[in-house]
Each structure stands twice: as structure tokens, then as C-alpha cells.
Write a protein that binds this ligand. Sequence first.
Ligand code: IMP
Length: 424
Amino acid sequence: MANKVSVLSGLQWGDEGKGKIVDLLSPEYDIVARYQGGANAGHTIVINGKKHVLHLIPSGIFTQGIICVIGNGTVLDLSALLEEIDLLKIEGIDPENRILISDNAHVIFPYHKIIDVINESEKNKIGTTKRGIGPAYFDKYARRGIRINDFYDETILFEKISNNIEFLKKTFASSAELNSLNADIVFGEAVKIFKNVSRFVSNTQVYLNSQIKNGKSILLEGAQGALLDVDFGTYPYITSSNPTSGGACTGTGIPPNKINDVIGIVKAYTTRVGEGPFPTELFDEAGKKIAQIGNEFGATTGRPRKCGWLDLVALRYACMIDGATELALTKSDVLSDFEYIFACTHYDINGKLTQEFPTNSNVLKTAKPVYKKFLGWKLSLSGISDFNKLDSAFKEYIKFIEDFVEVKIKYISTGPGRDEIIIR
Ligand code: IMP
């Protein structure tokens, strides 16, 4: 089979179950590369009943022989990365010669996390994960960021760190925490941690492109989801990167003409953590039931996720921006016990029906969902691997989604386990 380069990305507000699908598809690839975000992500993989949560390392790490790349588009908390590497070792996974970290990736420093917390205490709260993600990307675009390759000249590294700290002390004069930062200590700690991960550093854009030339297949793994995209999501209630497929190119250095397909991941219902509009959010027993059965708590922060019905208006928009060529539907098993299932097909905005996803969050906040009602399938999906054996009510739900978004659902996940999957 010819080699291929695929993007895999979330089509909602994150937590679609990307980790499981990356793990499932990994054997078809030689390399899995993360292209944006940082330790704000929490990708859950269940193997032989044991749950593993990854924040930075690509979900391909559990497939033997796969090389895992952390691309230039990510922001790296080096101590979180080191912890993750150590945890993998305890779990019996040897990361040596399996991980490559881009030397162009930006580094998250302790002051980024402090600023994240300060920003979140202000009026325009976003509900971030407080992992320093936004402030690190802020520095990147303000050209004050510190990249992995800066660690190779300690004189310049120290100068950059102390300049940044000095600047922050002036800017956030009332922050005792920032004002107590000592550049020598921040520098010393960063250098110490870096020494433990420096063996993984590489020019990953050159590596990835040379591997494509050598006929290798690459899966580009997104974190978060299209509706959290800094350009196309529900701004300002977004993350500070591009989870949509375009981000896969800028976040790895792989050009667009090398991408063969885009696998969009969508949950059979919708969840959201943090602030921001969510038209199909449920405030009733159905919402509580989804949260409970779906165990909808953040894999990184443990925060309860808000739950609601599937929003097809938003999904169609996300499929368009992502250029999704096929879909994976996850967590349909969570809806197995409902008498009726609903999916939003239109928004009612000020009495006008629309199927266009509004670009302005203030407008989206006013959107009332208009639903299509489906008969529930009232049948456990567990153990089913043949699409033809599915209940007709479930098949109808699948067909309606496919017709609405005009993309085929190729994978249907029927439970958290690696093998709980229907492939069509
Ligand atoms: P940040 O990425 O920590 O800056 O948070 C910005 C927004 O993205 C907040 O609403 C977070 O809850 C959300 N977010 C960030 N990472 C994830 C994720 O992995 N899953 C779901 N939501 C996320």
C-alpha cells in the first residue's frame, strides 16, 4: 500500500475520544505527530481494561515501533513531559528512541502558568486549564517566546528568561507571585529539566519530510477541537492554537500537498468544559444522565463537562473547515439507554431559522436549537463489530448524520476499549 499522511482532529469542543482512535489507527502508520496545544490536552486510551492518560506524548506510543513526534506547533511544559515519560516507563513502555521533540517548539515557563491564573481571575474568564497555554502562545506571537533551540546557548537563554521576568514584573506590578520570581532559579530549574529530555530533541520538520520521501506513513494528531480553534472556534472562548487540520501543516512543517486525508472525530453527543456558548447544552435529567454514563469529567483538570445533544449545525461547519474525508463516531454506547435521541439541525436566532454557524459568540449565545427526534436504540452496542448487526434506529441516526454533513462515518466506537469498534 502507498504511504499516506493523515490528519486526525476533533470536530467539537475537544474530548471527542481522539486518543482511542489514534491508538486504534496507529498500526497503519510509522509515525504519529502532535501538531498543536500542550499539556492542556488529555487523551485517554484503555488497553486491556487499564486506563492511560496522555497529555503531550502522541497516542501512538502504545503501538510498538511507532515514532512519536511532538511538533513545532505545540507548547511544551518540560516538567510535565518528563513526568509523562517517567509514568510511561513505570507502565512498561520504553520511550527511548521512540520520541522526537521539535527544536522549534516553544517552552512553557512557570510565569506562563501564573499569568494564566491571573487572566482567569479577571472579568473575561475563559475557563482555561491553567496550564499556561494561552500565555505561552502569547509570547510566541509577541516574539518574546523561548524555544527549545534557545537552550543550546545558555548565555542567551538566561538573558531571554531574565528579560521576560523583568518585563512581567513591570506589567503585572501587583502580582506578588510574579514579583517573587528569580531569574537565576527559573533558569537553573529549566536547564536541569532540559538536560533530562535533550536527547529527544530533533529538527522534526526535516525528519518528517524526509520520512515522507522514504515512503513512511504519518498520522498527525490534533488536540482539543475545531470549535476551540483560535480562528474558527467560538472566540474568545477558545484555546490559543489551531486544532483544525490547517494547524497540522503549520504545526509540523508538512506541506498541504502531502496530506491525503482528514479523519474527523465526533462524539455522538456534545460536551464542553470552560466558558462560552453551547446551544445544545442540556440542563435537565437527560444532561445529567449523559454526564454520568459517559463519565464526562476532564482528563486533565477533572472538571465536570457540560453535556448536550449532538449539534449538526456546528458539526457540518467543523467538517467544512477541517475538510473531513471520513468520520469516527465515538461514545454512541453512552446513548444506548435513551428512549429518544435528539440532534440539532437548525438554530433559531431571533426568530429566524438558520443552518449557518454564527461567527460571533454573542450571536451564538442567543441561538436556540431546533431538534430532530430519533427513536433510541435501547440496546447495548457492546461486543458488536458488524455494522449490519446494529439496531435499525441506530443505523438511522448514523445515516442522518452522514447525509447532513456529507461525510461517511467509517468508524463507530462502541466502548472505551481498544477492540470496541465497528469499521465500515
Ligand atoms: P486553554 O487551552 O487551557 O487555554 O483553555 C482554553 C479553553 O479550551 C477552555 O475552555 C478549556 O476548557 C478548553 N480546553 C483546552 N484543552 C482542552 C481539552 O483537551 N479538552 C477540552 N477542552 C479543552
